[in-house]
Design a protein around this ligand. Sequence first.
Ligand code: ATP
Ligand code: MG
Ligand code: MG
Length: 345
Amino acid sequence: MSDVCTIGILGGGQLGRMLSVAASRLGLRCHIYEPGAAPAGDVAYTLTNATYTDDAALTDFAGSVDVVTYEFENVPTEALDLIESIVPIRPNRHALAVSQDRLTEKTFLNEIGLTTAPFADVPERDALAGALAQIGTPSILKTRRMGYDGKGQVRITDAGDAEWTGAPSVLEGFVEFSGEISVIVARGADGQVAAYDPGLNVHGEGILRTTTVPCGLPAMLTSDAVLIAARIANALDYVGVMGVELFVTPQGLIVNEIAPRVHNSGHWTQAGCAVDQFEQHIRAVAGLPLGDGGRYADVVMENLIGDDMKRVPDLMRAADTQVHLYGKGEARAGRKMGHVNRVTR
Ligand code: ATP
Ligand code: MG
Ligand code: MG
């Protein structure tokens, strides 16, 4: 059905781990490339633990797989160039480049007719005053690259005492949203698109805490959200699963950001769908037919962060709860250690 036997994954965190579990269920093998210390747990995959500047290791890795995908968006361009000279990368390089940088991402979203928060480029500290004059307060200064879980962000309420992020940034107007939702959308190698139901996301200190499906919004808004996600996937000629984060406002939906990979807010699909986001991504990058994304249960996904791990013994006793632990070791504050999917109906 597909010529892909082995999938290379850049990044050995929990997302790469769950992708490899899904791949092995489909009879496929994975080879994970992870420059960091210990990857999350040890499941059935080959591991290369080498840096992104180790050309020999990258060449060996790319030569051992049929297609390369990634579980995080900050892979250095030079490493991708080398890999792409040997084997295809899915989702494509353009999609990755657009979403690696908040400035190019928001510019792209506006170009395809979607609404973002008002924003201004702040390449250096000296440009901040001008950007604040344009965007006003309250606003949020975000590093253009590398930010996640709210890291690299500064909230500004008073232009007079604005802090600097320390790196090229964008200044975003603060959106008074009534809620945050996300759409997990998949696009196959043949251009077929399948989306999951939007989930309602609650964040604490910039980190996703819970995702709830159904999200409780009117059908008009949820279909709008799905159409927005599909428009982005089509415009990027995307192959794979993508997360699209949206703010709900009285004026309609505003796109916060996109993630060119499986997404934390899509973990509920493990308990709510016949084909979850991890299998869906593997199917897409391997050139297999997509699942349709249909949902058969109501689910609340809750991240287990830091001390939440103390609740695991109790959570394990709850009959309606699927427990996922990433095998990460020390439960430091703010560290995502696992998640649970509670089936509510
Ligand atoms: P992620 O882990 O989702 O990649 P991130 O570090 O890229 O997070 P954002 O998604 O940009 O960060 O912001 C984190 C959270 O901060 C958002 O989910 C939202 O709750 C809040 N936030 C971000 N930008 C704005 C904004 N312009 N107006 C209001 N709230 C915002
Ligand atoms: Mg982000
Ligand atoms: Mg986000």
